[in-house]
Design a protein around this ligand. Structure first.
Ligand SMILES: Nc1ncnc2c1ncn2[C@@H]1O[C@H](COP(=O)(O)OP(=O)(O)O)[C@@H](O)[C@H]1O
Ligand SMILES: [Mg+2]
Length: 235
């Protein structure tokens, strides 16, 4: 079953067009990856899906509903949650308060609660009264992921969760993915790390200059094709 898809999605910042007819599809239970160089449009795609950027209604369909024009709070209430690029924690709030922001005071029934997030990332329980910004980069990323999980999403959007982190920390963070998947969430990961994307996703979409330049199952994509789709034919 297709849970989420974009159809001929376009996006603009004022006069600047950032997306040109992007089509991606997420099946229920699937994890897909979006790869591409800086400026390719990956974050713009995530912001469009999450309702931070508004689009024409039919450009994004979720669970049978046209959501392209809905605002972020409504999209989130329907079960689409984003771990934003750069984590975006609230600096004056503790770890626990940052996690609770993810529920906006609503009680959303499901697997995820403070307790299950703390079991997923035990270090956060130890640091629950510490300001989020006093944590290491990896721990901050865990808070950002936990905050997104607190609303018990059916779709989790992860925008560059490994950016700037050491390999061992990236491994710890991606180790959480199986439990996130088994909680019932379908996942879109945005990654500049092609190897990481290939490891976790059943379908990979490569973007360049606002377009999808290549897509398919990781095993079907050659290094040469990925290189051309990622950097352009003349790179
Ligand atoms: N707030 C903004 N205002 C104007 N242009 C933007 C804004 N955010 C992103 N862009 C431009 O849109 C394009 C896509 O950016 P982005 O989606 O952030 O790419 P990526 O996440 O793949 O690095 C880039 O050319 C970028 O400069
Ligand atoms: Mg980005």
């Amino acid at each position: 079953m297709t849970l989420l898809e974009t159809q001929n999605l376009t996006a603009h910042y004022g006069d600047f067009q950032a997306l040109f007819g992007v089509d991606i599809r997420l099946e229920a239970g699937q994890t897909i990856a979006i790869i591409g160089a800086n400026g390719a449009g990956k974050t713009t795609l995530m912001r469009s899906i999450a309702g931070v950027l508004r689009n024409a209604p039919g450009m994004i369909r979720y669970d049978g509903t046209a959501i392209g024009a809905l605002p972020a709070d409504e999209v989130m209430a329907m079960g689409v949650s984003m771990v934003p690029e750069g984590r975006k924690l609230f600096p004056s709030l503790s770890v626990e308060e940052n996690l609770l922001v993810g529920t906006y005071g609503r009680k959303i029934v499901g697997h995820w609660s403070l307790d299950t997030v703390y079991r997923l990332f035990p270090i956060l329980r130890e640091k629950r009264h510490v300001p989020g910004t006093a944590l290491s980069g990896g721990q901050q990323q865990m808070v950002a992921i936990g905050r997104a999980l607190m609303s018990n999403p059916r779709v989790l959007l992860c925008d560059e969760i490994s950016l700037g982190l050491a390999p061992v920390v990236i491994r710890d963070i991606y180790a959480a993915l199986p439990e996130i998947q088994s909680s019932g969430a379908s996942v879109i990961v945005v990654e500049q790390d092609i190897g990481q994307a290939m490891k976790v996703a059943s379908t990979v979409y490569c973007m360049m200059e606002g377009r999808v330049t290549l897509s398919g199952a990781p095993g079907t994509l050659s290094r040469g094709a990925i290189h051309a789709a990622y950097f352009g034919a003349h790179a």
